[in-house]
Design a protein around this ligand. Structure first.
Ligand SMILES: NC(=O)c1ccc[n+]([C@@H]2O[C@H](COP(=O)([O-])OP(=O)(O)OC[C@H]3O[C@@H](n4cnc5c(N)ncnc54)[C@H](OP(=O)(O)O)[C@@H]3O)[C@@H](O)[C@H]2O)c1
Length: 336
């Protein structure tokens, strides 16, 4: 029988600005034999995330930096096809950090077993995975939403933002989203039930935010940073919570980001601005997944899967879609 070939995307160079094709190499090698406690996972879906841009830099973050030549780090879901681990059997479905490759050989204890009875496989990269968990952790743990409060969220039509708005509605808040373009703004209001939307690509945020948030902003959930963060800060209420989830406007910057000029609003409004990584709350994920699965089943929480076909070779171009705003929902690559 022919041994399976592992197609892999490796980091070939550190990008300056937007990644380009020469920053990647496509390699092939046999699948390594698993050692004690390890399993071989056949990748079904690869999550494509803005954080990947940071992992390519020559700097440790909440995870160690990648070395040149490493397989690109990525969250994946897939199927166990060989097991040397007592807790995982061939045929089990798992989520973990499999990388941009067809097969991953991983210690079983680093994987989360997936319950396909709760939701389909790709949901574990979307609502029951990084997107929903990031939204839940940031909004509920840091934002502390209360019924009647106003929540403003940037990147609102993206995978994290879409969940933030819907969870805030479940909590009884009034929700305004900031997104790029009419299609995304219509989507969050008409399909996801946001109370209003602001197209940051047309008009002036310093005018539109107070128009749509006449009672001020109690929680600003920020996925973008830059000018949007600054305009939101100007409108925060007393005791507001500014949740720093991401700053995609700066991920490809080639010069240092000066930070928001309006940071003094935190002082005069006795407000709090706090960052987090969803990995901080891993102990609480099982309970969050259960709660969000129930909301999904009730039709209260949804986010489109934006699935790109073509396997690992389409990864370099697919990653760029996050930075052009071309993705619609949770971006992932189908491998099998
Ligand atoms: N803290 C954590 O643990 C954690 C975990 C996961 C993700 N995140 C962060 O959450 C944010 C959203 O991630 P996601 O996976 O849900 O991505 P996403 O929102 O589905 O996709 C990225 C979106 O960002 C917007 N964007 C790109 N460049 C922009 C710019 N220069 N200015 C304004 N908007 C821009 C685009 O939407 P428009 O078309 O609307 O411009 C694009 O569709 C990212 O900042 C990510 O790093 C944080």
């Amino acid at each position: 029988m022919n041994e399976p070939v592992n197609n892999q995307i490796r980091l070939a160079a550190r990008p300056v600005g937007l990644p380009k094709s020469s920053d990647w190499s496509l390699t092939q090698e046999p699948v390594r034999k698993p050692g004690a406690g390890e399993v071989v996972v056949k990748t079904h879906y690869i999550s494509v995330d803005p954080a990947m841009r940071g992992w390519m830099n020559d700097m440790d973050s909440y995870l160690p930096k990648l070395a040149l030549g490493d397989v690109m780090r990525a969250l994946t879901v897939g199927e166990v096809i060989e097991s040397h681990n007592d807790d995982l059997a061939v045929g089990d479905y798992v989520a973990g950090v499999g990388g941009v490759q067809d097969y991953a050989v991983v210690q079983g204890q680093e994987l989360m077993k997936i319950d396909l009875g709760l939701a389909p496989l790709q949901a574990y990269l979307n609502t029951l995975g990084i997107a929903g968990l990031t939204a839940y952790c940031g909004l509920v743990k840091l934002g502390e939403p209360k019924a009647g409060q106003t929540v403003l969220v940037s990147g609102a039509a993206g995978s994290v933002g879409a969940h933030v708005g819907q969870i805030a509605k479940i909590k009884g808040c009034r929700v305004i989203g900031i997104a790029g373009g009419k299609r995304k703004c219509d989507f969050i209001v008409d399909e996801l039930g946001f109370d209003g939307a602001i197209d940051y690509k047309s008009g002036n945020l310093f005018e539109s935010i107070p128009q749509l948030c006449p009672d001020g902003v109690d929680i600003f959930f920020d996925n973008v940073g830059g000018d949007i963060l600054n305009a939101a800060l100007v409108n925060i209420n007393h005791s507001a919570r500014v949740v720093l989830c991401g700053g995609i406007a700066n991920y490809n910057a080639t010069s240092p980001n000066p930070g928001p000029a309006a940071y003094g609003m935190l002082i005069i409004r006795s407000a709090r601005m706090e960052g987090y990584i969803y990995l901080d709350y891993q102990d609480e994920w099982p309970a969050m997944i259960k709660e969000m699965a129930a909301w999904m089943a009730d039709g209260k929480l949804e986010c489109p899967d934006d699935i790109v076909q073509g396997g690992v070779s389409v990864f370099p171009d697919t990653l760029l879609r996050l930075f052009s705003g071309d993705n619609f929902g949770k971006l992932m690559i189908k491998v099998t």
